[in-house]
Structure formats: structure tokens, C-alpha cells
Design a protein around this ligand. Structure first.
Ligand code: AMP
Ligand code: TRP
Length: 333
């Protein structure tokens, strides 16, 4: 069976940017592509490239797993698992490090950004992060990897590594293709609409978190930065604020930009923002209810146990095969 795989980091606060740009896309894919087996994992090993408090990390891992299921990820369709519970990821990462070059890792723009911002020493893990990501992917031979635009460069590196290893070791990996959601692929910050809405922005007002209560959601939208023109018109270059809000509106309701413009013709931002607040709240309400049922449940553990078991099956086999192709250990019988 062909496969689709993706991962998400348990850091920051899952917000409508990640939801509309990524999680919702998985939920759609699981029904649109019935011939594929899905693997989605919580990338906790990726989270520790920068020091994390233990309790917080644990909490985030579980929260993220519950949120994924609450957002509609179907555990009967998708193997949902935690990366660190499948040891082959770390093993494969090492093997791939021995097939990657310092120069190509130094070119990664995310590494350059993050290492520049890092105040106390840059860990080796932050540098080798793309080889771990390549391991995550290549272990499962997926045909497609759904990611946001910011991960495209890492995915291209994974492809380069796969092709290189295939040439050296006789076609061991499937070369994965990125699957990038087109519309709604980028939701921007509410207080700086030229920057991406980010899980890690220190300003809480920049994003709507999936677990924000109703009044917080509505308040944040009311105070979102727009401009002084006061008309609902889509023009991302000149009017990024209102265009970003329209993108959120459009992605949730499926109403075209043109129809949104018509609907609010002759009105100011107030009415548009009130409606959008309600639309976002109605979208998040069932997710929050399901999340509350799941977060402390045995059901969630069963889902993660099942996911781990299946992932281990596939990943262990692959890493053993690669060890053997390289000539490590003793010849397999
Ligand atoms: P992150 O862990 O924040 O890098 O995001 C996980 C996934 O969600 C990646 O594939 C991102 O590209 C996507 N994503 C994150 N933030 C946004 C956003 N504001 N708009 C659209 N997609 C996003
Ligand atoms: N690096 C990705 C991010 O920050 C998460 C991730 C880790 C991932 N491993 C992956 C995504 C493998 C796709 C495939 O968003």
C-alpha cells in the first residue's frame, strides 16, 4: 500500500494557522486518498534541539495528540504515534548523517535563522535536524509528504539524500514528493499581517490558539490589525491585514473572496470582524469539546499504542535493512 507521512512539532501553541494550513489538510487527505496508509507523528525529538522544560514537553506531546484526533484525524485511518517511541528514527538519523554533507546542512534557511536567534550556544541537534527529518520520512517510504511552504527546503534535502543513498546502496528508499496545500497555505499574524502566524510568537494576540475560549477568540479578532480604509477588499500586497482575515474567512467557509467582498460592501470592519469571530468560534467549538473528552482518556493511550506498534513494525524493518546494505554488524540470515 502506498503511504503518506507527516510530522508536527510539540512546541508552542497549535493555532488556526497550523490548523488551516496543515491539520485540516490531513483530515481532508485521509478521506480523499483511501488507497494510502497514513502515518502522522508528534515530532518530540525535534522539539529538544532547543532545551525544553520536562513537564511542559510532556504536556505538549499529549495535548498535540489529543488535538489532532479532536480536529478529525481518524485513528482507524491514520497511524498516530510519538516519534521518540519509535527508536528507529534516531538510528536512521545517524545513518543519514553519514550520507549528508556539512555544506548542505549549512545552507538550510531555518538553521540560519534559528542559530542566529539563539543566545546561548547552538546545539549539534539544531544543525542536524534536517537529517532527522529525512530519517522520519525515509523510514516509511511515503510517496507524499504534506507540509507547509517553510518545510519545502527540508523536504528537498530529504529527496537529495534519498537519491544519493539509492545510488550508493541499491535503491533502498522511495523518493518522497512534497504535497503543499495551495489555498489557505499561509495564515498571517493578527498583529503583524506581513509575518506568518506562528506557534512560537511571544505575543499571544498574534494568533488564535485552538484551545482559546470564545471571548478570547472574538477579542483577538476584534483587535486584529487592519488599515484605515475600512472596506472589505482582498489585496494582500497593499492591504495585508484585511486580506489575511478574509483568507481565514474563506478557508473556513469556502466562500470566495469576491462573494465576501459583496457581502460586506458598504459596511466597515466591525460587522465583518464580528461575523469572523463567530465563524472561527463555531469551527473550534466541536474541536474543543472533543479535546476535553480525550485529553485524560484511556482512548488516547490506546490510539498512541496502536500507532507506535505499526510504526515500529515498518521502521525497524527499514533500519535493519539499511544496516545490512551498508555492511554493519553480521550478515543477516
Ligand atoms: P510549525 O510546527 O509551526 O512549523 O508548523 C507545522 C506545520 O503547519 C508546517 O507544515 C507549517 O508549514 C504549517 N503552518 C504553521 N504555521 C502556519 C501558518 N501560519 N499558516 C499556514 N500553515 C502553517
Ligand atoms: N520539521 C517539521 C516542522 O517543523 C516537522 C517534521 C518533523 C516533519 N519530521 C517531519 C514534517 C517529517 C514532515 C515529515 O513542521
Amino acid at each position: 500500500m502506498k503511504r503518506i507521512l507527516s510530522g508536527i512539532q510539540p512546541t508552542g501553541s497549535l493555532n488556526i494557522g497550523t490548523y488551516l494550513g496543515s491539520v485540516k489538510n490531513f483530515v481532508k487527505l485521509q478521506s480523499q486518498m483511501p488507497d494510502y496508509e497514513f502515518f502522522i507523528f508528534i515530532a518530540d525529538l525535534h522539539a529538544i534541539t532547543v532545551y525544553k522544560d520536562k513537564q511542559e514537553l510532556r504536556g505538549k506531546i499529549r495535548e498535540l495528540a489529543a488535538l489532532y484526533v479532536a480536529c478529525g484525524l481518524d485513528p482507524t485511518r491514520v497511524n498516530l504515534f510519538i516519534q521518540s517511541e519509535v527508536p528507529a528514527h534516531s538510528q536512521m538519523a545517524y545513518l543519514l548523517q553519514c550520507n549528508s554533507y556539512i555544506g548542505e546542512l549549512e545552507r538550510m534557511t531555518q538553521y540560519k535563522d534559528k542559530s542566529r536567534k539563539q543566545e546561548t550556544g547552538v546545539t549539534v541537534g539544531l544543525f542536524t535536524y534536517p537529517t532527522l527529518m529525512a530519517a522520519d520520512i525515509l523510514l516509511y517510504d511515503p510517496e507524499f509528504v504534506p507540509v507547509g511552504k517553510d518545510q519545502k527546503q527540508h523536504l528537498e534535502l530529504a529527496r537529495d539524500i534519498a537519491i544519493r543513498v539509492n545510488n550508493k546502496y541499491n535503491d533502498i528508499f522511495t523518493v518522497p514528493k512534497p504535497l503543499i496545500a495551495e489555498i489557505g497555505a499561509k495564515i498571517n499574524s493578527l498583529n503583524d499581517p506581513t509575518a506568518k502566524m506562528s506557534k512560537s510568537d511571544n505575543n499571544e494576540k498574534s494568533r488564535i490558539n485552538l484551545l482559546d475560549p470564545e471571548n478570547t477568540i472574538k477579542k483577538k479578532i476584534r483587535s486584529a490589525v487592519t488599515d484605515s480604509l475600512g472596506t472589505v477588499k482582498y489585496n494582500p500586497e497593499e492591504r495585508p491585514g484585511v486580506s489575511n482575515l478574509m483568507t481565514i474567512y474563506h478557508v473556513i467557509t469556502n466562500i470566495s473572496f469576491e462573494d465576501i467582498e459583496k457581502k460586506y460592501e458598504g459596511m466597515g470592519y466591525k460587522e465583518f470582524k464580528e461575523d469572523l469571530g463567530e465563524i472561527v468560534y463555531q469551527e473550534l467549538k466541536p474541536i474543543q469539546e472533543r479535546f476535553n473528552d480525550l485529553i485524560n482518556s484511556k482512548e488516547l493511550d490506546t490510539i498512541l499504542d496502536n500507532g507506535r506498534e505499526r510504526a515500529n513494525q515498518v521502521a525497524f524493518k527499514k533500519v535493519m535493512k539499511f544496516n545490512d546494505r551498508i555492511g554493519l554488524g553480521r550478515k543477516r540470515k
